[in-house]
Design a protein around this ligand. Structure first.
Ligand code: GRF
Length: 192
């Protein structure tokens, strides 16, 4: 299963995928490329260290979202992917793009969806007095963070948790959830 990862930033989830791949734990999945819309994204360094091909496509060079997404799509399709993995890719994608990758495009979101779509998920969970937080891997559809849920992981919220401490605990859980879902998709344990 050929996997293209899209990133915009630090790429700790990408690092988890690389680590599982290096250890032979990623099933039949192989990361064939990492693409960033931000040239300075540290995740690009992580990919280079693992000898994974990288590419940068800056959205700033495009006058509108549609044109950027069309360019991104042709860049991605040059790698002939079976699965496109959003790993901290901070762009809203157009309907045309999402439809093209129907059941081939996944995202990880730092909440137990359908709770807390969008940003500031940890702050909102703390403000609501929740006792459990978590992360969700889901298929990407046109509606933000609303595609079918593939798998979730729960994380406790503990007394005196701050936004930062909760974020760190959820992120650590993401680093197991995302690689295991991609492994299971590659092995057909989870179907598309
Ligand atoms: C993670 O919190 C993920 O849930 C969200 O973006 C963040 C990416 O972090 N979609 P990283 O770049 O993988 O460290």
């Amino acid at each position: 299963m050929r996997v293209v990862c899209l990133i915009s930033g630090g790429g700790t989830n990408l690092q988890a995928l690389i680590d599982w791949q290096t250890k032979g734990l990623l099933g039949d999945a192989a990361i064939v490329s990492v693409i960033s819309n931000v040239a300075s994204a540290y995740g690009l360094e992580r990919a280079k260290k693992a000898s994974i091909p990288t590419a940068v496509l800056s959205h700033r060079k495009y006058s509108d979202r549609l044109l950027f997404d069309q360019a991104l799509r042709s860049l991605i399709d040059g790698y002939d992917p079976d699965l496109v993995v959003l790993a901290g890719f901070m762009r809203i994608l157009t309907a045309e793009f999402v439809t093209h990758y129907h059941r081939r495009l996944i995202n990880i979101h730092p909440s137990l969806l359908p709770k807390y779509k969008g940003l500031d998920t940890h702050r909102r969970a703390l403000d609501a007095g929740d006792t459990v937080a978590g992360a969700t891997v889901h298929w990407v559809t046109e509606a933000l963070d609303a595609g079918d849920i593939i798998q979730q992981i729960e994380v406790p919220i503990v007394a005196d948790d701050s936004e930062e401490s909760l974020k760190a605990r959820v992120l650590e859980a993401e680093h197991t959830l995302y690689p295991s879902v991609i492994r299971d998709l590659s092995l057909g344990v989870i179907s598309c």
